[in-house]
Design a binder for this molecule. Sequence first.
Ligand code: NAD
Length: 482
Amino acid sequence: MHQLTRQFIDNQWVESAGRRRLAVTDPYRQETFAEVTAGDPADVDAAVTAARRALPAWQALGGTRRAAYLSAFAEALAARRDELMRLSSRNNGKALAEAGVDLDDAIACYRYYAARAADLEARQGRRVDHGAEGIRAQVYEDPVGVVGLITPWNFPLVTSAWKIAPALAAGCTIVFKPSEVTPLPEQALAEIAAASDLPAGVLNLVHGDGDGIGAPLTVHPGVDKLSFTGSNAVGEKVMRAAAEGVRNISLELGGKSPILVLDDADVERAADWVMAGIYFNSGQVCSATSRLIVHEALAESLYAALGERLDAIRLGDPLADETDMGPMTSSRQREAVERYLAVAGEEGLVAVRDARHRRLPARGEFVAPTLYRDVPVESRLWREEIFGPVLCGRSVSSDEAAIELANASPFGLAATVIAGDVERARRVGRALRAGSIWVNSEQLVLPEAGWGGFGISGIGRELGPWGLAEYLEVKHLIGPAD
Ligand code: NAD
């Protein structure tokens, strides 16, 4: 059994004074396979102090030299790819291929921000174009400072890479609290930092749950910025904590994203995209396209095609090559999804497929992949993020009605448009309120393109130049040219 008893602070493995044990479970075998000793608020304090001490030298090092550390991080992760995929699959219940996506996207992100760190140095002090004669204005971008990073369990390596990589590139120093549900893949980051010559205090990792470590980190006055990915309920708490001392904040929160199937779509291809949008990672994806909005002319044939595909999904051991879908990551998440299925029963929703249509594996935190049709807009299942393999569909009679229904949500993380005519799909996509809109594709994430939500899906953007800007303060020097 893995035993993680230490926190990584100031390049030292620190035995935590707190003796609170957190069990890490394998959701397929339903057994505890690791134990983490949580840190305590004194560890948070030590980590923030170390990060603050490390900040001036890390900033002064410059983007080009910081880039070398980021590249080394990417290569160290790539060298451990197979081992980390299996660990992540076991800890998270992800099918192996899904664990590969988590890891490969994380590696791509470290590589991308290595290049952006070098660009940052090249553009420091550039002249600002203006019309004022005899005046020189120059712009610099400084790191925000010490950043507190908090991540969820669904894509542990990617959600942390989207924060750690740009923060390091910008010259920030870090106190990182991974999810207590999936601490094992994240521990690798501390091991990589420990094995590299990353300066002491630049990256600190403290394990623990939300109340024990997350909350103390958010209220710590030595933290200049908080970047949080997780649920809306906790995101609101983090935002309240950041108000104290007017601290900078980025939030990546939940979603209830629509997928629009227009009436010129090829039904078989559309069905493939619909499946990829909701059943990937057992539906535990913030950007899952969980509201299907289909033109009424295609509805019957699309539901038939989806039913066939749902029957073909192979549930099972996430480590087995033939498995398409693993269990939910925790019993807690399975129970949360089952509560929604109970509500669906009370509301009398019509299931195209649900638990009655298949036998679940004998063990594991499984939820049957489920599809409801003609779901009323008042239904809680239509409105709320379920974070499981549950798709809700409705039919419409025009593109305008599809756009209106898609936008009638306080969330705005992602959306998908499927059509035969790609220009028509782009026109409809342009009218949607969401940060990422996939056109005849699904869940495509590019390190160069921003990620983040409209409305209650969050504040700020990750990835691309926008993701770097979240960790920078812009500063102008203005005065006589000579
Ligand atoms: P969660 O909000 O329960 O936990 C997220 C993190 O916050 C964990 O590390 C947790 O320990 C910590 N935390 C809990 N209480 C805290 C507190 N009071 N103060 C500080 N930290 C605290 O979310 P989860 O269940 O781990 O993840 C699922 C959620 O994450 C979903 O809503 C999903 O949509 C969202 N998510 C969003 C994105 C995105 O990019 N927008 C990506 C992945 C997941």
